[in-house]
Design a protein around this ligand. Structure first.
Ligand code: ADP
Ligand code: MG
Length: 247
């Protein structure tokens, strides 16, 4: 569904240029959970900004469901982003003067969804993340974990195919981090949304079905827990369970 091919991103820094992503090729399908790890400055956020259509690569190809998204004009790109992608950040990025449900409804306002419909959907999404009784609270009246739940509800309210989270548990303690991770897994399982999480926390990464590691803008390792499970199943049950190869 997401297909990135030979993606490079260079930034101009004074007279020279800095190559942050270097010929990265990778595909993602719907309903995966993916962790992105790597040292500080390895290009994780740059990569996620490109996947999330917030930034364009210097070169490379990127298609979503076969559509070449790099050819889209910026207005079309914004509409595509609004429809397809929900974002979650380390520091929540909630608007401080808006109640929880109004924050959740923001992506719908950009789409000009009628107010009553937006209100209903925002409240339903707050219920889903376990905050039905906090809809009228301001962000300052919520705990860190609750704020991140509001941000997750906002990411989901527009019915996206992809949720991108940049260090979503970076500001939370271990227990609350696990609760947020449980919520991401539930979303992935129940809504069939591709969840991609940048994280420094190996306990979070370990819970993703697919683990991608970047170093200096290059993909240095990838583990696919699903594939490992297939291999284990194959060993246990033998080749008899494999489909017969046509020849
Ligand atoms: P990570 O998220 O893995 O810590 P980033 O993707 O944020 O890494 O950054 C990777 C490198 O790219 C860093 O060296 C950073 O300074 C540089 N970089 C990121 N954005 C820009 C920019 N807009 N202009 C110049 N350099 C940038
Ligand atoms: Mg980063």
């Amino acid at each position: 569904m997401l297909d990135l091919h030979d993606i490079s991103r260079e930034f101009r820094v004074g007279p020279s240029s800095l190559r942050v992503l270097d010929g990265l090729s990778i595909s993602f399908s719907a309903s995966e959970t993916v962790s992105i790890t790597g040292g500080s400055g390895s290009g994780k956020t740059t990569f996620m900004n490109i996947v999330g259509l917030l930034d364009k690569p210097t070169s490379g190809r990127y298609t979503i469901d076969g559509q070449d998204v790099l050819k889209a004009k910026s207005d079309d790109l914004a509409a595509l982003r609004n429809r397809l992608i929900g974002f979650v950040f380390q520091s929540f990025f909630l608007l401080p003067r808006l109640s929880a449900w109004r924050n959740v409804a923001l992506p719908l306002a950009y789409r000009r969804t009628p107010e009553e419909d937006a209100r209903r959907r925002a409240h339903a999404m707050l219920e889903r993340v376990g905050l039905g009784d906090r809809a009228h609270h301001l962000p300052s009246e919520l705990s860190g974990g609750q704020r991140q739940r509001v941000a997750i509800a906002r990411a989901l309210v527009g019915d996206p195919k992809i949720v991108l989270a940049d260090e979503p548990t970076g500001a939370l303690d271990t227990k609350v981090s696990q609760e947020i991770m449980d919520l991401f897994k539930e979303i992935n399982r129940d809504l069939g949304v591709l969840v991609m999480i940048i994280t420094h926390d190996p306990r979070i990464a370990a819970q993703c079905g697919r683990r991608v590691v970047l170093r200096q803008g290059m993909l240095v390792a990838e583990e696919n827990v699903g594939a490992e499970m297939d291999a284990i199943a194959l060993e246990r049950f033998g080749a008899a369970r494999l489909p017969v190869q046509a020849c």
